[in-house]
Design a protein around this ligand. Structure first.
Ligand SMILES: NC(=O)c1ccc[n+]([C@@H]2O[C@H](COP(=O)([O-])OP(=O)(O)OC[C@H]3O[C@@H](n4cnc5c(N)ncnc54)[C@H](OP(=O)(O)O)[C@@H]3O)[C@@H](O)[C@H]2O)c1
Length: 334
């Protein structure tokens, strides 16, 4: 089928007085960077980082005008790659997509073939973006905990920022694997949502945010998936049990971490860093395989809100305020 001349995309522009605005525009395929693959994007998803890019955060996106969207899943419509043929269904996430390369908030992307993972059997394009980078990162966190030796008999596992994208999928996967999950949230009204995902216990964000100044708390967590950083990550480390494992992937609360060495040198606690952007392709494919099989969650329920590019606009502001629940799936052709 011939490719269209134009396609719809969200474009973020910077004005002369350094103000940023978002519009849904028609772009030409020739506006995309040269890449080995041209992909028709069937679905994308909203991540915290997209909201930073869409509001002019130069640590994420240096040059505007720009189309954000660090996630994309779709069908290859043009290929100069020997490995990925026209018609292949692929997932693209991480690397530079949506940062300084036009991203998934448009109906087409053009990327190097090395950024694409073939969609694993058992996962639809829609499901893959229902997970998106957030769900993929949740799975990476769980993988790190398991690789560190955490097992379901070791005790409670804390998930912070539990109603967010990474948090909610982490709660779901850990519960599916039989862990005793404690969800920490700032949204008291979302108790049923978290219980529905499999959390055994819900605690308030305040309870997970110790301000006593003490270097250690009573040891409670065998493991923790922290998605917010700052003092909540410090608190998770201080309240981990002997040999506890704590993953860190996010900074929605703060990028700073102030903690003494005592959790590490008196309790043998480990802090495990998690990055989804540059993770090697072999691990990337292994994580998607897990999400398509043993760790697969029901992505049809109230974990997902589907929206068009137009409906995405207000959600960008909501995610920055920590107000989103679960995952926002983006359908650029809706
Ligand atoms: N390392 C990586 O490769 C990687 C990949 C994906 C995401 N991330 C990072 O992980 C973090 C979470 O991403 P996400 O997509 O899950 O974002 P999200 O959907 O916005 O979720 C973040 C959640 O954190 C909580 N929260 C928000 N602001 C907070 C604050 N000021 N203090 C304490 N808690 C707060 C809220 O949950 P509650 O209301 O339930 O508390 C919120 O829903 C972000 O920092 C993101 O950049 C990193």
């Amino acid at each position: 089928m011939p490719l269209p001349q134009n396609f719809k995309a969200m474009v973020v522009s910077e004005s002369a007085d350094k103000k940023f605005s978002r519009e849904i525009k028609q772009l030409a395929l020739g506006d995309l960077p040269a890449g080995e693959l041209v992909i028709e994007v069937k679905y994308s998803s909203l991540n915290y980082k997209d909201a930073l890019s869409a509001t002019g955060n130069k640590g994420v996106t240096r040059k505007y005008p720009h189309t954000p969207g660090i996630d994309a899943a779709g069908v290859v419509v043009n290929s100069s790659s020997r490995d990925i043929a026209i018609g292949s269904e692929v997932i693209v996430m991480g690397y530079d997509l949506g940062m300084n390369t036009a991203g998934g908030f448009g109906q087409y992307i053009s990327v190097p073939a090395g950024w694409a993972v073939k969609l694993p059997a058992g996962l639809s394009l829609r499901d893959s973006m229902a997970y998106g980078t957030a769900g993929f990162t949740a799975a990476l966190c769980v993988m790190r905990l398991l690789a560190g030796g955490l097992n379901k008999d070791a005790g409670e596992v804390l998930v912070t920022g539990a109603t967010g994208g990474v948090g909610s999928v982490a709660v779901g996967i850990l519960a599916k694997l039989g862990f005793d999950v404690v969800a920490a949230t700032g949204k008291a009204a979302e108790k049923d949502f978290l219980t529905g995902l499999g959390a055994k216990t819900i605690i308030s964000r305040d309870e997970a945010n110790d301000t006593s100044g003490r270097p250690l708390q009573k040891g409670r967590w065998a493991g923790a998936v922290d998605t917010v950083g700052g003092n909540i990550l410090a608190t998770a480390l201080k309240s981990a049990k002997y040999g506890g494992l704590v993953t860190a992937c996010g900074n929605a609360m703060s990028a700073d971490l102030s903690v003494s060495v005592f959790p590490f040198i008196l309790r043998g606690v480990s802090l495990l860093g998690v990055d989804s952007v540059e993770i090697p392709m072999t691990t990337r494919a292994r994580v998607w395989q897990k999400l398509a099989t043993e760790w697969k969650l029901d992505m049809s329920g109230d974990l997902i809100t589907e929206c068009s590019l137009e409906e995405l606009n207000p959600k960008i502001d909501e995610i920055l305020k920590g107000e989103i629940r679960g995952r926002v799936l983006v359908n650029p052709s809706k």
